[in-house]
Design a protein around this ligand. Structure first.
Ligand SMILES: *Cc1c(COP(=O)(O)O)cnc(C)c1O
Length: 387
């Protein structure tokens, strides 16, 4: 791609793939077993080791991971579930598809995630049975503090860590403080497979329930039925989904996982370069990230707040720089306005104030220093010309 200025464009996102991904895929195809099987089991173990998690269950997507986790909690149908409004629509859909009712939570304007105060306000509107917390951009939220504010035990917290492998708080990697931590391996995410997801949990029985639920609710998947000593027989005790991960995806994931620490290092380096270069730009607001010893950001996104966002986006496009917006809040989207009642929608003043200015800049391991400098220069020009 090139622009009118003749320079190569800077895409918003470009996935990295390990050099041995192709070989890994061919091996799986040659093995004669392509659906959920030995590669998936190996990937689950290796991802659990990376996270320091007790159990990982690999699934088709993070959206499926959230829905399956909520189903595995076995709440009464129609239970209220807290969720930030400023999240991906798939995460709200997952609550509804699990048969429950999203109750939207406002954010703290500085950090872009719910605070104990905003959670308490929402829990006062509708008493929740569970909550979904989300690590916006890769910023690890304080799960125990948010659970306490909601009046919920941590066994009722599902963590949407689509932005999160690599993050940590208080020396504890993301996912360790909740009942279920849900990861995404979508094309743009920190560990890209193309599509895929996983749930990490400390609860062995919960993990078993998820394993059944990801494949129709069957008590044994076909790999386990055909292992030596296995049999054709199975039971279906709970209604599940078709949301298993294939061995082709798992083989890609295993090759990718070996490069994840290096990719995380590069993401953090690029974020630090942005911090340094953007600090004093007129009109620009950087989210507060509470970094330091205690908090390791996973840097999925580099989000800023800008005035006159639509014009800034157009200027950046003209300079060959693609950007994105995370997210349009749920309460501004038609289907949720139709489906949710007033108490569930609530009033979300901080989300409304922030949402119009949010802008995500290119941030991925393949982004070169030179390409990042181009983003910085283009953003500086766009802001100075209207500052
Ligand atoms: C990408 C994303 C998801 C969904 O992930 P999929 O694997 O595509 O289903 C969920 N929540 C958030 C915050 C996301 O960014």
């Amino acid at each position: 791609m090139s622009t009118s200025s003749g320079q190569t464009a800077v895409p918003f996102s470009l996935p990295s793939f390990a050099a041995d991904v192709g070989d890994a895929v061919v091996k799986v195809l040659d093995s004669g077993w392509v659906t959920t099987g030995p590669q998936t089991a190996e990937f689950e173990q290796e991802f659990a080791d990376f996270l320091g998690a007790a159990h990982v269950v690999a699934v088709a997507s993070c959206t499926a991971a959230i829905e399956l986790s909520l189903r595995a909690l076995e709440l009464p149908p129609g239970s209220p579930v807290l969720t930030p409004s400023l999240t991906f629509c798939g995460a709200i859909n997952a609550i509804l598809h699990a048969g429950h009712r999203p109750v939207l939570v406002d954010i703290d304007e500085d950090t872009l995630v719910p605070s104990p105060a905003t959670v308490e306000e929402a829990a006062g509107r509708v008493k929740p049975a569970a909550m979904v917390v989300q690590n916006q951009g890769g910023f690890p939220v304080d799960v125990p503090a948010l659970a306490e504010a909601a009046g919920l035990d941590r066994s009722r917290v599902v963590e949407d860590v689509a932005h999160g492998p690599g993050g940590a708080r208080g020396g504890v990697p993301v996912g360790a403080e909740s009942q279920a931590a849900c990861f995404s391996f979508y094309a743009t995410k920190n560990l890209p497979i193309g599509e895929g997801g996983a749930v990490a949990t400390r609860d062995a029985e919960f993990a078993d329930r998820l394993r059944a639920l990801r494949l129709h609710g069957m008590s044994k998947d076909s790999w386990r039925r055909y292992l030596p000593g296995g049999s054709w027989s199975y039971d279906v005790k709970r209604l599940g989904l078709k949301a298993n991960m294939t061995d082709v995806q798992a083989a890609i994931g295993r090759a990718q996982l070996r490069l994840l620490p290096e990719w995380q290092r590069r993401r953090a380096e690029l974020a630090a370069r942005y911090d340094e270069a953007l600090r004093d730009l007129p009109g620009l607001v950087l989210p507060r990230r509470d970094l330091g010893e205690d908090v390791r950001h996973a840097w999925h996104l580099y989000q800023v707040r800008v005035p006159e966002r639509e014009a800034v986006i157009a200027d950046l496009e003209k300079a060959g720089v693609s950007t994105s917006v995370h997210f349009i809040p749920a309460h501004q989207l038609s289907v949720y306005r139709e489906l949710l009642d007033e108490r569930e929608l609530g009033s979300l003043p901080a989300t409304d104030r922030v949402a119009d200015g949010l802008l995500s800049l290119p941030l991925y391991p393949r982004l070169s220093d030179a390409a990042q400098d181009r983003v910085i220069d283009a953003l500086a020009d766009a802001l100075r010309s209207r500052g």
